[in-house]
Design a protein around this ligand. Structure first.
Ligand code: BTN
Length: 272
């Protein structure tokens, strides 16, 4: 990674500091460690927003305690640490904005470089998929009192996946049959995410992105299986509401909102 190519991000204070590691366990963990340090100094020394980046993660973390494969030099493994001016109940909305920022940035890059590839879609709440395979995962973590770590993992130029991931994961390189410039994509994603978050701070809900998000939603108007503890229920996905919860329709036509749990979509990894 050529770090000087990211200098553009210092403009308009989109980032105030960059932490770059040739290797670390997890950029989310590094960001968390920094927050603990800030909390010991009453946040006085905050260099925020901050970006933590690593060429390799030796213990990348995914949602639900799953590991996240982060091989050397081929991916974007980063955590954007912010302290947004938002009430705590609106923080989960940042996950929705992060997936939107990533999906839009991939589309913008592909269009700028005339890359043809399968449609980029979002699997609620925060997976980005190309065709039916996952290309990016997002792990948003809240650290008291009001710090948010946006962990973003994008399979960029990965050529090979371990057997257990082959059917579920892909990369931008495999999807678009060309190498992607990681630094250029990082800049697009972080700029877009920053501006979406600024906008969200001035809005009262996610209404301003709802239609756009729902247009990218892979499950829209399709059958989904919602897994909660040991129960599975089948519903029709009707897109997110203004809080970011997924609206689902029962056979009797009643609509309810799902705000957590696993949601699988037929034909997309995990539910066939
Ligand atoms: C998921 O799909 O379950 C979320 C994956 C999130 C991976 C990213 S890579 C950068 C950051 N550091 C981590 O340890 N995890 C996130």
């Amino acid at each position: 990674m050529i770090i000087s190519k990211l200098d553009d991000l210092y403009k308009d204070s989109i980032i105030k500091r960059l932490w770059f590691y040739d290797e670390t366990d997890s950029t989310n963990t590094r960001a968390k460690e920094y927050v603990y340090k800030l909390n010991n100094t009453d946040g006085k020394e905050a260099d925020l927003p901050g970006l933590f980046l690593s060429e390799v993660q030796t213990a990348g973390r995914g949602r639900m305690g799953r590991p996240w494969k982060s091989p050397a030099g081929t991916g974007i493994w980063m955590s954007y640490l912010i302290r947004p001016a938002l009430d705590p109940d609106r923080i989960p909305g940042i996950t929705i904005l992060t997936s939107l920022a990533v999906a839009d940035s991939i589309n913008e890059y592909a269009s700028d470089h005339s890359i043809t590839m399968p449609e980029i879609k979002i699997k609620w709440p925060n997976d980005i998929i190309a065709g039916s395979r996952k290309i990016c995962g997002i792990l948003t973590e809240l650290v008291a009192p009001d710090f948010v770590i946006n962990g973003i993992g994008i399979n960029v130029n990965t050529e090979d996946f371990p057997d257990e991931l082959k059917d579920k994961a892909t990369s931008l390189k495999l999807a678009g049959s060309t190498l992607w410039d990681r630094e250029e994509l990082i800049i697009l994603v972080i700029k877009r995410l920053n501006s979406l978050i600024r906008e969200y701070e001035h809005e009262t809900s996610l209404e301003f992105v709802r239609e756009k998000y729902n247009n990218l939603l892979v499950s829209i108007n399709k059958e989904v299986v919602i897994s909660h503890d040991t129960k599975n229920i089948v519903r029709i996905s009707r897109g997110i509401d203004h809080t970011g919860a997924l609206l689902v329709e029962a056979p009797d036509g009643s609509i309810s909102a799902v705000s957590s749990g696993e949601v699988s979509v037929r034909g997309i990894y995990g539910y066939v």
